[in-house]
Design a protein around this ligand. Structure first.
Ligand code: FAD
Ligand code: NAP
Length: 481
């Protein structure tokens, strides 16, 4: 990726929401229909070579997966505009890039509730910011009750596709991915939002004004090519990726098969089908591991009978439990089709009689005994898939204007970050809130306590991101300027 010089865009820009609502009253949600030909206004008196299209942005949102989409929707809902939205590709994040073939572990209705939870989404979904949906009273409750069918009538085909599914069951994530693409396009056209393809590389905090100078590395030609801006808020929705570290013991010739590939039946078949007899090791026992085992089993039972699997697990399978009014192990337990397949095929009482019994060999061990388990059982294995969790994608480098590197610590209850603030003498001071920086999504989820077992879990999922950001974004307004 190369750095580009910003070219000052002299296109006129629609007034920000805060101005337009002051001019035209609170009931007008959006004053203009947007399109590529929208007339835009730039206040050239304030535009500086380093400012992008606005002198100071209300927020820079990093990432356009479900979390970034949620953040932009909630900023607009809270009447914070002048948003610079940055993503590598604006293609729905990892769900669309890698998991279209994965069955969801959430019910179809939750994707609809996500897509209709804030007015800017409903307007995006309807394709018309000035249409009927825009005239509804803005609420933070999403849609519900008697008004639901009216409000959904105008939603685009993608939302209708999802609506036609059994709402109480899961669905393939391609439906959710298409929804994300649709919302992305709608939000990109919304006044007050500027989308910039690229990577946010660094941000510098000016502590006296609590503003951030944010650097963007852009690639290719885009209308603005913004590379440096000032902003009051920085919202990190940067996502997480599967971990695939070296094993404590690896026999010669063992290849790592990436989890993203193994979660796609199509890619898995393309890779393995041309090969001769193949043994694949799968490590893990949560959602990803079960789906990989299922994909491999389907392949072996259809087109590749010479495929064998060694399944390495250090704990029994855990299932979500549907209690009266809540779900125990809501985030860590198996759900949906994956849970059903696991019950039918992988449990000690079902595995011996399952069609997959001759194909999958289960190897159990205790945490800490990985090396000896691998030494004993990995020989003769061609590939290993590690389904052992995700880690945060790299964050932009953060520092203060005096050059102090900031190591942000996320608060999973409040959605804010803390950092070690230097005191006046330049020595390390105390932990302070990092002004204007917020997180959301799989990298920065809300922490919840399991109501049945009492352990803590990270609340991960489209609708959970929405619930957290709706709560947290009330505090996003309180930024000193
Ligand atoms: C296999 C799998 C299945 C799942 N199934 C479900 C499900 O059924 N239902 C459900 O509700 N949830 C599900 N989830 C959970 C969750 O919805 C997804 O993990 C989702 O992708 C997380 O969204 P995100 O926006 O946090 O991150 P991502 O989707 O990873 O998006 C992050 C975005 O940020 C961009 N980015 C990162 N750093 C920068 C930077 N410095 N500059 C610019 N751009 C940057 C990336 O390019 C990317 O587009 C699933 C998760 C996994 C792993
Ligand atoms: N739509 C879907 O169906 C779907 C599919 C996949 C993922 N997801 C979502 O994506 C997120 C990540 O899920 P995930 O299943 O990939 O990971 P995860 O929930 O983080 O679970 C990782 C698992 O790997 C185990 N593990 C870690 N190191 C191990 C080792 N060395 N040997 C054996 N086991 C090891 C852990 O066991 P310990 O508990 O012992 O540490 C844990 O069970 C979740 O939010 C999930 O809901 C959804």
């Amino acid at each position: 990726m190369r750095l580009k010089k910003r070219s000052l865009n002299t296109e006129r820009k629609t007034p920000p929401l805060s101005q337009s609502s002051a001019q035209s009253g609170q009931s007008r949600l959006y004053s203009a229909v947007t399109s590529s030909s929208t007339i835009r206004r730039v206040d050239s008196r304030n535009a500086t070579p380093d400012s992008g299209l606005y002198d100071v942005y209300g927020a820079v949102v990093v990432g356009a997966g479900p979390a970034g989409i949620t953040a932009v929707g909630n900023l607009l809902e809270n009447r914070i505009d002048r948003i610079l939205w940055v993503d590598h590709a604006f293609d729905g994040g990892r769900v669309n890039q890698y998991y279209r073939e994965v069955p969801s572990n959430t019910k179809a209705k939750l994707f609809i509730e996500f897509a209709t939870a804030v007015a800017p989404f409903r307007e995006s979904a309807s394709g018309s910011p000035s249409g009927d949906l825009a005239k509804e009273q803005r609420t933070s409750e999403g849609i519900s009750g008697a008004t639901k069918s009216d409000k959904l009538r105008d939603l685009s085909d993608k939302l209708l596709d999802l609506q036609r599914l059994d709402q109480e069951s899961g669905c393939h994530l391609r439906y959710a991915a298409d929804l994300l693409l649709m919302l992305t396009e709608g939000l990109k056209r919304t006044p007050g939002v500027i989308a910039q393809t690229g990577q946010v590389t660094s941000a510098t905090l000016h502590e006296s004004t609590a503003t951030w100078a944010i650097d963007v590395s852009t690639e290719g030609d885009s209308p603005q090519n913004i590379t440096s801006v000032q902003a009051q808020r920085l919202i990190l929705c940067t996502g997480s990726s599967p971990i695939d570290p070296p094993l404590p013991y690896e026999p010669g010739g063992l290849k790592h098969l990436h989890l993203d590939t193994a979660l796609s039946p199509t890619k898995l078949s393309e890779l393995l089908s041309p090969l001769g007899p193949t043994t694949v090791a799968v490590i893990g026992a949560s959602h990803s591991a079960v789906l990989v085992l299922w994909n491999l089993a389907n392949l072996a039972l259809t087109s590749k009978p010479n495929l064998k699997v060694k399944w390495f697990t250090r704990h029994p399978l855990r299932y979500a439990e549907y209690e009266d009014g809540f779900i125990a192990r809501d985030n860590t337990g198996l759900k949906g089709e994956a849970a059903q397949w696991a019950r039918n095929n992988l449990e000690p009482e079902t595995m011996p009689d399952s069609l997959i019994s001759g194909m999958i060999t289960k190897i159990t061990y205790n945490k800490g005994d990985e090396e000896s388990a691998y030494r004993e059982h990995l020989s003769g294995t061609s590939f290993v898939v590690q389904a052992i969790g995700y880690h945060r994608d790299p964050l932009p480098t953060l520092r203060t204007s005096s050059g102090q590197k900031i190591e942000p610590l996320f608060d999973h209850n409040e959605g804010v970050f803390h950092y070690m603030k230097q005191n006046a003498s330049g020595s390390i001071g105390e932990l302070a809130v990092l002004p204007g920086v917020y997180g959301a999504g799989i990298a920065f989820p809300e922490k919840v306590v399991d109501k049945k077992y009492g352990h803590e879990e990270m609340n991960v999922g489209f609708y959970k991101f929405m619930q957290a950001v709706k709560k947290w974004s009330k505090g996003w307004k309180a930024v000193a300027v």
